[in-house]
Design a binder for this molecule. Structure first.
Ligand code: G1P
Length: 295
């Protein structure tokens, strides 16, 4: 597997049904968390990890996602005229010169694995790439920079093995995620261990562990061949998890990288509210919790 890693696929074609009615006419990736849309948070995360070639897998009706990374001549000219330099720079900083955005279309909603495969022609088989699921906001521990996507890229480069970011979830939530099997072991925060297998949304009594896939992956380009041959799995959808399990069965090394910090599933209302509340307090935008509301 090549050590060069610049590309990241971000699937944004989902309908966002869990965020309705907010997402009826706004793409769910444009829903704000604090002062910026979700998609901007994840593109910033990608850039911080050195992933500057972003491939959006999108669909009709979601052009606002791409537009967010275009320059906006009228606003920029107006801010310049008024001397609002800080705001102007913040706006231009959304798409720094190194950011290259390409988009491809997913014409049918056949699942995450199918969405990733829609970008197969842009990924040479000898090239590794990352995947970020934009519903999930990852906030690594502030003083612990060794546990984020950037650290996972470093782990990929030193180990030359595919990486999947995981966190521990309560047993009652294992049936909502991909769950990895590290042969009974659990990596420490910021470390990785080989995965023996993984399963999408297992029943509680069949989960091989409580380590869940949170939506950050570094995969070899050869996964595209596996995806091409993957049939419908959990929920009747073509699952990325199944193609990765196949890769492991064929002898490829895939590691579970343990993050530490918090994740927020902003693809549904409670997770999105929680992200705004917790991060709003952290950023000093909201008053501290006085114990009269639990988040
Ligand atoms: C997807 C993946 C799953 C992963 C989850 C993280 O599921 O298939 O393995 O654990 O994202 O959010 P989805 O949430 O799209 O059903």
């Amino acid at each position: 597997m090549s050590a060069g890693l610049n590309k990241v696929i971000i699937p944004v074609a989902g309908l966002g049904t869990r965020l309705l009615p907010i997402s009826k006419s706004i793409p769910k990736e444009m829903v704000p968390v604090l002062d910026r849309p979700l998609i901007q948070h994840v593109v910033e995360e990608a850039l911080a990890a050195g992933l500057n070639e972003v491939i959006l897998v999108t669909r009709g009706g979601k052009s606002a996602v791409e537009d967010h990374f275009d320059s906006h001549y009228e606003i920029e000219a107006e801010l310049e005229r008024k001397g609002k330099t800080a705001l102007l720079e913040a706006l231009r900083g959304i798409a720094p010169p190194e950011l290259k955005i390409t988009s491809v279309r997913q014409d049918r909603a056949l699942g995450l694995g199918h969405a990733i495969h829609c970008a197969a022609h842009l990924i040479p088989s000898e090239e590794a790439f990352a995947v970020i699921l934009p519903d999930v906001l990852v906030k690594p521990q502030v003083d612990d920079t060794g546990c984020d996507l950037k650290a996972m890229v470093a782990a990929f480069q030193s180990q030359q093995a595919a990486q999947i970011m995981v966190e521990r979830v309560p047993l009652e939530r294992v049936d909502q995620y991909g769950i990895v099997d590290c042969d009974g072991a659990e990596p420490a925060a910021g470390e990785c261990l080989p995965i023996k297998g993984l399963v999408e949304k297992p029943a509680r009594n069949q989960a091989p562990s409580r380590l869940s896939v949170i939506g950050r992956y570094i995969l070899p380009g050869t996964i595209m061949q596996h995806l091409a041959e993957t049939g419908p799995g959990a929920g009747g959808e073509i699952q990325l998890t199944d193609a990765i399990a196949d890769l492991i069965r064929q002898g490829d090394a895939v590691h579970a990288f343990r993050m530490s910090g918090r994740t927020f599933d902003c693809g549904h209302i409670p997770g999105w509210l929680q992200a705004n509340t917790v991060l709003g307090r952290e950023a000093g935008l909201l008053e501290p919790d006085r114990g009269d509301a639990s988040v």
